[in-house]
Design a binder for this molecule. Structure first.
Ligand SMILES: *[C@@H]1O[C@H](CO)[C@@H](O)[C@H](O)[C@H]1NC(C)=O
Ligand SMILES: *[C@@H]1O[C@H](CO)[C@@H](O)[C@H](O)[C@H]1NC(C)=O
Length: 249
């Protein structure tokens, strides 16, 4: 085991390397034997993350900004609220806040935290009450969540195929916090501005209650998508290609 913090970058370095034989100018390769290896890798990941989130078509890694979400439905408690055609934007602008990897032949661990502002665009249908105020309408929705921090803790296992050993994230768990959310729902009350403004203001003052219901299904889908993209990446590159000397450990 080495006290490292991650190899996604190494991977990107490798991929870029074998594509062009020249590294893209934004990536500097890290020396595994160096004392500064950990810092170097973290730095490289920070640089590479925005590119990774936009997808790597050559490897079949899809873009995860935006992430298309399945319908989000809150039904009951006096309020029916549905978001369809939902897309989450902003992952490529998120900052890495923590990264830890422990490698082991049997089973390592991988933790990743990122933070940023995420926005959801969707078509909404709302009918019922938010706490005390009625809400009714359908149309374009924009939900902006600020200071969203997501932490993913996963097992890091080995997965063998005909090309060799690969890393794989398994049984990921996650936690998240959100600092603030604003809702903009167009066409509430058939465009009655006075009613709409009152309800929206109230919704925004009580954003936490609404998000208690809305964010779990959304964050779950985001985490699933991120893990899937990382695993797609891992499945295309062997550990030996990513980390020199790993097999000797
Ligand atoms: C998130 O949005 C807030 C408020 O608009 C802004 O102050 C902050 O800089 C943004 N953060 C990021 C990481 O873009
Ligand atoms: C919410 O939907 C359920 C089931 O579709 C329905 O029975 C109920 O009346 C709806 N409530 C409101 C407030 O629209």
């Amino acid at each position: 085991m080495f006290a490292v913090n991650s190899f996604v970058v190494l991977l990107l370095v490798y991929v870029a390397n074998c594509e062009d034989t020249v590294l893209p100018s934004y990536i500097t390769p890290c020396d595994f034997k160096s004392d500064k290896f950990t810092e170097c890798v973290k730095e490289q990941i920070e640089i590479a993350l925005p590119k990774f989130t936009k997808g790597i078509p050559e490897l079949g890694v899809p873009s995860i900004d935006p992430v298309q979400l399945k319908n989000i439905e809150v039904l009951g408690n006096g309020l029916n609220l549905t978001f369809s055609e939902a897309a989450m934007h902003g992952l490529s602008h998120c900052k890495l806040t923590e990264l830890k990897a422990e490698f082991s032949k049997a089973e390592g661990t991988f933790s990743l935290s990122f933070k940023g502002n995420l926005s959801l665009t969707a078509q909404y249908v709302a009918d019922g009450r938010i706490l005390i105020l009625p809400i009714k309408g359908s149309g374009d929705a924009l939900v902006e969540a600020q200071g969203v921090e997501v932490r993913i803790d996963s097992k890091l296992i080995h997965d063998k195929d005909s090309t060799g050993d690969h890393f794989k994230l398994a049984t990921p768990k996650y936690k998240y916090t959100i600092e603030r959310t604003t809702f903009d729902l167009k066409n509430l009350f058939n465009g009655n501005k006075q009613l709409a403004d009152t309800t929206l203001q109230f919704a925004n003052e009580n954003w936490q209650q609404l998000m208690d219901e809305l964010s779990p299904p959304a964050i779950k889908q985001i985490v699933r998508t991120v893990v899937k993209a990382i695993n797609k990446f891992f499945s295309k590159v062997t550990i030996d290609q990513m980390i020199k000397g790993y097999g000797d450990e």
